[in-house]
Design a binder for this molecule. Structure first.
Ligand code: GRF
Length: 226
C-alpha cells in the first residue's frame, strides 16, 4: 500500500511538484492525501489543484498559540488519513502537538548542508558567507529548527560567479532528487533512527545514473528513478 502522506507548503511548492512527479512516474510509492498551506496564496495549492489533489488552507493567523494551530493541523491531517507529514517549504515551527501525533513520521528539507546555515534563508546565508560547497539536507523534524536526524544530504559546489538566486536554483535541483528519495525510503520502511544516526536498510536497489553539469556528492546514494 502506498504511504499516505500530507505535504505542507507555504510558497512555490516546487518540492511538492517533484514529489507529485515521482509518484506519477511510479518510482515513489506514496499517495498525497492532502496538501495543506498556511498561506492561501501559495502556488503549491495551485499545483495540488492542477493534479486533482485534496488541499486545505490552515491560516495560522487567529490562533492564540502554536499548539492550538497544530491541533487544527492534526485534525486536518487525520481527517485525510495521512500517515506521514512532509514539510516542503512550510514556514512554521512545529510543536509536540503535531510531532507526537506523527512520531518519527515528519520530514523536512533544508537548502543548506546542516548543521550549517539553519533558519529561513539557508541558501542566501551560505552565499553571503561565501562557502565553497553548500547543498541540501533532508531530516526528521523535532522541536528545534532544522535540527533532527539527517536522512540524506547532497553537496553542491558554489561557483565563483554565483549569487543567492543562482545558488538557490542549483541547490533546488538536488532538493528535487533527494526529497522524493528520502520519502521512498520512509515508504519502504527502510529508515531507522538511533540517536542522531539514521540507518537506511539495504534493498539491493540499483544506484542511479546521475548526470549533472556540476560535480556533486549525494550521501547515501540515490537509487534508480531519483
Ligand atoms: C526549499 O528551498 C526548501 O529547502 C525550503 O524552502 C524552499 C521551498 O521551495 N525549506 P519550494 O516551495 O518547494 O519551491
Amino acid at each position: 500500500m502506498p504511504l499516505p502522506i500530507a505535504v505542507l507548503v507555504s510558497g512555490s511548492g516546487s518540492n511538492l511538484q517533484s514529489i507529485i512527479d515521482k509518484i506519477e512516474a511510479g518510482v515513489l510509492d506514496a499517495e498525497i492525501r492532502v496538501v495543506v498551506s498556511n498561506n492561501e496564496d501559495a502556488y503549491g495549492l495551485e499545483r495540488a489543484r492542477k493534479h486533482g489533489l485534496p488541499w486545505a488552507v490552515a491560516d495560522h493567523r487567529g490562533y492564540h498559540a502554536r499548539e492550538a494551530y497544530d491541533a487544527e493541523m492534526v485534525r486536518i491531517l487525520r481527517d485525510h488519513g495521512a500517515g506521514a507529514v512532509v514539510l516542503a517549504g512550510f514556514m512554521r515551527m512545529l510543536t509536540p502537538v503535531l510531532l507526537e501525533a506523527f512520531p518519527g513520521r515528519v520530514l523536512n528539507i533544508h537548502p543548506a548542508l546542516l548543521p550549517s546555515f539553519p533558519g529561513t534563508h539557508g541558501a542566501r546565508d551560505a552565499c553571503d558567507y561565501a562557502v565553497r560547497i553548500s547543498g541540501c539536507s533532508v531530516h526528521f523534524v523535532d522541536e528545534k529548527m532544522d535540527n533532527g536526524p539527517l536522512v540524506i544530504q547532497a553537496a553542491v559546489p558554489v561557483a565563483p560567479d554565483d549569487d543567492q538566486k543562482s545558488l538557490a536554483a542549483r541547490i533546488l535541483r538536488f532538493e528535487h532528487r533527494i526529497y522524493p528519495q528520502a520519502i521512498q525510503w520512509l515508504a519502504q520502511g527502510r529508515l531507522s533512527v538511533d540517536g542522531r544516526t539514521v540507518h537506511v536498510a539495504e534493498a539491493g536497489a540499483a544506484p542511479a545514473e546521475v548526470e549533472c553539469d556540476h560535480p556533486f556528492i549525494v550521501n547515501p546514494l540515490l537509487e534508480a528513478g531519483f
